[in-house]
Design a protein around this ligand. Structure first.
Ligand code: 5AD
Length: 351
């Protein structure tokens, strides 16, 4: 096979590699190769998005969840999780605070909570869109029927985030209960795309049992799906889950995967995630320098933040939204980027 360095240059030109080539790059990576990758990734990031960093206000509106994913701290069988759900008024006041801080996208994220029926979700989406017509509403509420997705879209939802978690079916089944499947997850993503959402998918890096081949399959799936956004972050163990003693994914591999994603889909929206900021104090800055161009600070009320714990040691559980926004501004300015007030749509479809 070609040397790994020339694979990188071919990836930058052709935006595709075979499974064997992806695997070789991931398994054979070195610090030197990573530096070269990040510099190519930044060229693409800046070509499409300049030095702009888009922000999304994350509202974690319920931590009730009917699922029992083995890695997740709000899994159903975690009896130690203190459950909460926000009222519509509380959610709207998060939006108000966020709007005043310059957020033009609100991400409604929650566990799969049956309290939030289609009717309640539609009501909520319409309430936000009528007050903030210049803002995008992003949903991140897991698997629903195609009909529900359509109804939310018709109510005004613009985007939907649903990580595929891992493409490989066998690997998927080692991370999830038998009631969930990789195939069903992927079908949801195809439905969302078909309906017309701007779609975000993604996966955890360094999840238990993950191999470089699995990551290669994730990249092939992403190439096929052509999502508008790809959210990736390191797996981080949560003490009340079956994976409590599993090792966390590394900053190093997560950054490498961010760089590869930027070359695979140059115009994609790539968040430097909270999990990345959690495993390293400058994780989000390093993420941006590896090709990321989005950050999603928390707008949830401080009273509930410490309850939305998917993993241990999550950052900013006691910071006010305004503090988080200011810190981010400083962090991004320090590395030569700027936080912008804009909806921050992907450039996937505009050229
Ligand atoms: N570590 C890292 N990421 C996690 N997620 C859930 N649990 C963990 C964990 N322990 C991620 C999943 C999910 C997203 C909302 O959070 O990928 O899709």
């Amino acid at each position: 096979m070609e040397d790994l360095r020339s694979l990188l240059y071919r990836l930058k030109e052709q935006h595709t590699l075979t499974k064997e080539e992806w695997t070789a790059l991931i398994a054979g990576r070195t610090p030197k190769l990573a530096r070269e990758l990040f510099s190519l990734a930044r060229q693409e990031q800046q070509r499409w998005y300049s030095h702009d960093i888009y922000i999304r206000g994350l509202i974690e509106f319920t931590n009730y969840c009917r699922n029992d994913c083995l890695y997740c701290g709000i899994r159903r069988s975690n009896k130690n999780a203190a459950r909460y759900r926000l009222s519509q008024e509380e959610i709207l006041s998060c939006c108000r605070a966020g709007y005043d801080l310059g957020f033009r996208t609100f991400v409604l994220q929650g566990g799969e909570d049956s309290y939030f029926t289609d009717e309640r979700m539609i009501d909520l989406i319409q309430a936000i869109k009528s007050r903030y017509p210049d803002c995008a509403v992003t949903l991140s509420i897991g698997e629903r029927s195609r009909e529900s997705y359509q109804a939310f879209f018709d109510a005004g939802a613009d985007r939907y985030l649903l990580r595929h978690e891992t493409f490989n079916g066998e690997h998927y089944s080692r991370l999830h209960p038998p009631s969930l499947s990789a195939a069903r997850r992927q079908q949801c993503l195809w439905d969302l795309k078909d309906i017309g959402y701007q779609v975000g998918t993604g996966f955890m890096v360094g999840s238990p049992f993950q191999t470089p081949e699995h990551l290669a399959e994730d990249l092939l799936f992403i190439e096929k799906l052509q999502p508008h956004m790809v959210g990736i972050g390191p797996f981080i163990p949560h003490h009340d889950t079956p994976f409590a003693t599993e090792p966390a994914g590394t900053l190093e591999l997560t950054l490498f995967m961010l760089g590869l994603l930027r070359l695979l889909l140059p115009k994609v929206l790539l968040p430097a995630t909270t999990a990345l900021g959690t495993i390293s104090p400058d994780g989000r800055e390093q993420g941006v320098l590896a090709g990321a161009n989005v950050v999603m600070p928390n707008l949830s009320p401080t009273s509930v933040r410490a309850k939305y714990l998917l993993y241990d040691n999550k950052i900013a559980v006691d910071a006010e939204a305004a503090e988080g926004r200011e810190l981010l501004e400083r962090q991004m300015t320090a590395i030569g980027y700027r936080v912008v007030t804009a909806r921050g749509d992907s450039r996937m479809t505009d050229i």
